[in-house]
Design a binder for this molecule. Structure first.
Ligand code: UDX
Ligand code: UDX
Length: 458
């Protein structure tokens, strides 16, 4: 049976791979091809060992790959054949020149746009999947039409709101799908074509449309709002630690107001992940670009509090352990930026591991999925580090445990056994408030949660 649509995605990353796998899974009538410049990544997508860990992803890829889902490095051929092209290449923070450390680096984006222009022989709908500064679609349109060429392109914005660790659930049952388009007849027609794809499994009231700039901006603002909630609660943990208030009780009391809601109010050692910091800094950069310094300063505060929270965590460890960590062994429980992923991009654990090593502590890292990435992140850092999968073995002989990631497996460990194997006095710094602190204290640990009075035997 011939396919009714040819869909291409450029960029087989955390976003492109799972999103396209879901479209292929829900729409057997479409042919979905994912291309990437990185042949190793493509080979991994074609193997039994997928390049990313995401619950439920393996099953979906296995049931569609080779039938209507294909991974390939043949970008030019993919462009020629497709009617709809999703672009999901990475847009990291610029590390050089104007806007370094703040603005999005759009070099891959622009290269991809030029490549589409050079290869396309017929009308294409180009869908921005990556998170981008508002008005990027305009630049995209300019690049696509910059050559004498009869080919017509429609650019849409369709930001992805999936969170790692729950990507499959988020894709299958999204809160909303947002599609932004030009309000021209051709733009609206392109938009309707994309709506039709999602309508295969998402109900109509959850597919919302808007003008293209609102759509681009909404993604940045959504991430800014989410991270602002975390920084808000984290800022209050510092005050709780001074006043004997308990952050869990405060968050519960505040979150039960239905106008506030209880999600994204979990105090933590700080937020990580590839998106939050990058997107807020992008928003800040845009505001400054338009001369809106007050607005920029407001949002920049969210990142500043996050840095402060990570710094504070290390200072708390240092002061609790008698102001010296030299030669002490500290075990990091978790290295991923959140549970249920092997991703460590911008993980607070990276910052904390480096700071602890600056204090000459010896670090032992344990994580169910992220040890390979941890090795890459800490490659070349001076100091003693080991990587041990088993948490019992990892904490054996350590002076302290610091919980970095809220992996559920840590809540079910035999802490009596762990306590016996550690150097005394033994410390636990719970950077995620996931453990039973009273119980740990009764076992003998000195317990330092986030935003709650410590429980110590001194
Ligand atoms: C990406 C963007 O980083 C982010 O801004 C956006 O919000 C969603 O898409 P992610 O999928 O997590 O996020 O990025 P990554 O896992 O780094 O994947 C990007 C892929 O694009 C990589 O596999 C890379 O090899 C590929 N790529 C990059 C290309 O195929 N062509 C390029 O020119 C550049
Ligand atoms: C985020 C957005 O949620 C998603 O919509 C967007 O598409 C990409 O960015 P992600 O970064 O994958 O997704 O994970 P998320 O669950 O948002 O967590 C981000 C960070 O915040 C993690 O480090 C997490 O541990 C932390 N966090 C989250 C908290 O510290 N407290 C909370 O209450 C929630």
């Amino acid at each position: 049976m011939p396919f009714s649509k040819n869909i291409l995605c450029i960029g087989a990353g955390y976003v492109g791979g799972p999103t396209m796998a879901m479209i292929a899974y829900k729409c057997p009538q479409y042919k979905v091809t994912v291309v990437d410049i990185n042949p190793k990544r493509v080979a991994e997508w074609n193997s039994d060992d997928l390049p990313i860990y995401e619950p439920g992803l393996d099953e979906i890829v296995k049931s569609t790959r080779g039938s209507n889902l294909f991974f390939s490095t043949e970008i030019e051929r993919g462009i020629k054949e497709a009617e709809i092209i999703f672009v999901s290449v990475n847009t990291p923070i610029k590390s050089y020149g104007v806007g370094a450390g703040m603005a999005a680096d759009l070099q891959y984006w622009e290269k991809t746009a030029s490549q589409i222009r050079n290869c396309a022989e017929s009308h294409k709908i180009i869908v921005e999947k990556s998170t981008l500064p508002v008005k990027t679609a305009l630049a995209m349109e300019r690049i696509l039409t910059s050559q004498e060429n009869d080919t017509h392109f429609d650019v849409l914005s369709n930001p992805e709101f999936l969170a790692e660790g729950t990507a499959i659930k988020d894709l299958e049952d999204p809160d909303r799908v947002l599609i932004g388009s030009r309000e021209t007849p051709s733009g609206v027609k392109a938009r309707d074509e994309l709506v039709e794809i999602y309508a295969n499994w998402v109900s109509n009231e959850r597919i919302i449309t808007s003008n293209i700039w609102s759509s681009e901006l909404s993604k940045l603002v959504a991430n800014a709002f989410l991270s602002q909630r975390i920084s808000s609660i984290n800022s209050i943990t510092a005050l709780c630690e001074k006043t004997e208030a308990n952050i869990t009780e405060v968050a519960k009391a505040v979150g039960m107001d239905s106008r506030v809601g209880n999600k994204f109010l979990h105090a933590s050692v700080g937020f990580g992940g590839s998106c939050f910091k990058k997107d807020i800094l992008n928003l800040v950069y845009l505001c400054r670009h338009y001369g809106l310094d007050e607005v920029a300063n407001y949002w920049e505060g969210v990142v500043r509090i996050n840095e402060y929270q990570k710094e504070r965590f290390v200072l708390n460890i240092l002061s609790a352990m008698f102001n010296t960590l030299a030669g002490k062994k500290i075990c990091l429980f978790g290295f991923a930026f959140k549970a249920n992923t092997g991703d460590t991009r911008e993980s607070p654990a990276i910052f904390i591991a480096k700071k602890l090593m600056k204090e000459k502590a010896e670090i032992v890292i344990t994580d169910p999925e992220a040890l390979n990435n941890a090795r890459i992140d800490l490659d070349g850092i001076e100091g003693k580090i080991s990587y041990i999968q088993d948490p019992y073995e990892a904490s054996d002989g350590c002076h302290a445990i610091a919980v970095m990631t809220e992996w559920e497996v840590y809540t079910g460990l035999n802490f009596e056994k762990i306590y016996r194997s550690m150097v005394k006095p033994a410390f636990i710094f719970d950077g995620r408030n996931i453990l039973d602190h009273k119980r740990l204290f009764n076992i003998g640990f000195n317990v330092f949660p986030i935003g709650k009075p410590p429980l110590t035997h001194f």
